[in-house]
Design a protein around this ligand. Structure first.
Ligand code: DNO
Length: 345
C-alpha cells in the first residue's frame, strides 16, 4: 500500500511541503488542470508537475483524473480522435513514471452532494446529501457543488438533450469501446486505469450511470479482461448505495483495485447522509473491515484519505481541507499496518 494525498495543483492552498509532513505520505495525486478536456497532456506540462512533486519529496504515480470527453461517452464519431488523444496522454504519463490513472464515466456531472457546509455539533462542517433537497432542485437552473460549472445554461441543456437516447447499454458499449481503444497504450506504458464509481451510484436527472454495484464490475471485467482495466474503490460513493456490501466487494476485486478512496459517511435516514471523520466509529462504513478485506485479498495499490471535514477553523475546499484528511491518512496507515501484519498474503 502507498499512502497518497490529493493536490489540486499550484492553485491549491495546501502546499506540497505540508502534505509531505504527514507521516507515511509517499505521493501527491494530481492532474494537469489547464489542458482542455479531450486534448493531449503535453510532456512538458506533465514533467513540470512531476518536478514540483519531487522537489517536495513526493512521488507522482497517480493521476486523478484524466477526464473523458462527453463525445466518447455519447459514442459520437469524433470519439476516435479523442480516444487517440487519450492514449497519447497515457503514453506521456507513462514516460513520467505514472502508474495509475483515475477517471470516471459519469455523463455530464461528477459527484453530487446537496450541502457543502453541513454543520456538525462540534463546529466542524462536511458535505451532505439529502433526497428532499435534491428533489427540490430547479432542474432548469442547475448549480451544484462539485459540478463542472464551465457549461453555460444553454450548453448544459444541449448536452442533456444529447443524452436523451443514451441507454445504460449504449453508455456501457461506449465505455468498452473507449477501454479497448486505450488498452494498447496502457500495456505499453504499464499504466493501470482505475474507474471511479458513480457518486451517488444511481441515475440522476434521467442520465444513465453504470458503475455503482457488483454486477456492473462483473460485466465490465468480462467485457475488458485486460488487467490494466481496474477500479478506484471509493467507499463514500459505493457506500451511498445501501445495496452494496463493501467488505465483500473489496475482497472480491482486491487485485483489480489499484486506487482506494477511503472515506466515511453516516446515514441519518434511509437515503440521507453526511460525511464525517474517517474512523469506523464515526459512521456507517466499516473502514477497518474494508481494509482487512483489501489486504487479505492481495490489494497492493494506492490509497488516499477522502473528503475530510473542515476542522480547527480551516476554511478549505469542501471535502479537501488539510487537517481532517491528514488525520484520516494517519488513521488509515495505522489500520493498514495492523492488517498487513495480520493478513498480508
Ligand atoms: C470527488 C472525487 C471525484 C473523482 C472523479 C474521478 O471527491 O473523488 O471527483 O475525482 O470522479 O474522475
Amino acid at each position: 500500500m502507498k499512502m497518497t494525498f490529493r493536490w489540486y495543483g499550484k492553485h491549491d492552498v495546501i502546499p506540497l511541503a505540508y502534505i509531505k509532513q504527514i507521516p507515511g505520505m509517499t505521493g501527491a495525486v494530481t492532474a494537469v488542470y489547464d489542458t482542455p478536456v479531450g486534448e493531449v497532456w503535453q510532456p512538458d506540462a506533465v514533467f513540470k508537475l512531476k518536478s514540483l512533486c519531487e522537489e517536495n519529496g513526493l512521488e507522482m504515480q497517480v493521476i486523478e483524473s484524466v477526464p473523458v470527453h462527453e463525445d466518447i461517452k455519447l459514442g459520437k464519431p469524433s470519439r476516435d480522435r479523442l480516444i487517440k488523444n487519450y492514449a497519447q496522454t497515457i503514453l506521456n504519463l507513462g514516460k513520467a513514471g505514472v502508474k495509475c490513472v483515475c477517471y470516471n464515466f459519469m455523463p455530464v456531472f461528477d459527484w453530487l452532494r446537496t450541502d457543502l457546509n453541513y454543520g456538525h455539533d462540534d463546529g466542524s462542517t462536511s458535505l451532505a446529501y439529502s433526497e428532499s433537497d435534491f428533489m427540490r432542485l430547479d432542474k432548469r437552473d442547475l448549480h451544484l457543488p462539485g459540478w463542472d460549472e464551465s457549461y453555460t445554461a444553454d450548453e448544459l441543456y444541449g448536452l442533456l438533450n444529447e443524452y436523451k437516447g443514451v441507454t445504460h447499454e449504449k453508455l456501457f458499449d461506449s465505455l468498452v469501446y473507449f477501454l479497448n481503444g486505450i488498452m494498447p497504450a496502457c500495456d505499453e506504458a504499464d499504466i493501470n486505469m482505475a474507474i471511479h464509481p458513480d457518486d451517488p451510484p444511481w441515475d440522476i436527472f434521467g442520465l444513465p450511470r453504470i458503475v455503482g454495484k457488483e454486477d456492473d464490475y462483473d460485466r465490465l471485467f468480462a467485457a475488458v479482461p485486460n488487467m490494466h482495466n481496474g477500479i478506484t474503490f471509493c467507499t463514500g460513493s459505493l457506500g451511498a448505495g445501501r445495496f452494496n456490501d463493501l467488505p465483500k466487494m473489496a475482497a472480491k476485486y482486491a487485485r483489480r483495485i489499484y486506487f482506494a478512496h477511503l472515506r466515511q459517511l453516516k446515514f441519518t435516514n434511509e437515503t440521507d447522509f453526511y460525511e464525517n471523520g474517517h474512523q469506523t466509529s464515526c459512521g456507517s462504513i466499516d473502514i477497518y473491515g474494508i481494509i482487512k478485506a483489501l489486504v487479505a485479498g492481495g490489494f497492493d495499490g494506492y490509497v488516499r484519505p477522502d473528503h475530510g471535514r473542515n476542522i480547527w477553523g480551516e476554511n478549505g475546499r469542501p471535502g479537501y481541507g488539510l487537517y481532517d484528511r491528514a488525520l484520516g491518512a494517519a488513521y488509515l496507515s495505522g489500520l493498514f499496518e495492523a492488517a498487513e501484519k495480520e493478513y498480508k498474503k
